[in-house]
Design a protein around this ligand. Structure first.
Ligand code: THU
Length: 130
């Protein structure tokens, strides 16, 4: 995988706020225009409202102009690749779709391969609901 994306994910991981799980995560994505967006997990004393690293990354993507994600990676505290959780795969689906390239620990896969038949914007096109 590209060194710049991995470095960005590792840098983001170093900023994580994960005092409760002790599991810092860094996420990095490349947008179609080439820019890299990142995020880290941000936990909370009210455990359930903690934010995954991908949440911050998607927020940066949208806040800096949007566009489609074409490549994604996330790392754990060792700096090695880890897998995005189920909820975050849904976030990725919205902005990258099934063709998004995801760097998984066992190799590069498409989002469509790790989330078969994902629910997305097109599923909302069910005709006139009135
Ligand atoms: N976490 C992420 O940030 N992204 C994922 O895709 C998996 C899990 C975080 C949430 C929590 O802060 C910690 O990892 C342990 O679950």
């Amino acid at each position: 995988m590209s060194a710049d994306l991995l470095k960005a994910a590792r840098d983001a991981m170093s900023k994580a706020y994960a005092p409760y799980s002790g599991f810092p995560v860094g996420a990095a994505g490349r947008a179609e225009d080439g820019r890299i967006v990142t995020g880290c997990n941000v936990e909370n004393a009210s455990y359930g409202v903690g934010l995954c690293a991908e949440c911050g990354m998607i927020s940066e993507l949208v806040a800096t102009g949007g566009g489609r994600l074409v490549e994604f990676a996330c790392v754990d505290r060792t700096g090695e690749l880890t897998v995005p959780c189920g909820r975050c795969r849904q976030l990725l689906w919205e902005h990258g779709g099934p063709e998004l390239s995801v760097h998984m620990p066992r190799g590069e896969m498409t989002l469509g391969e790790i989330m078969v038949d994902g629910f997305g914007p097109t599923n909302l096109e069910v005709g006139d609901i009135q």
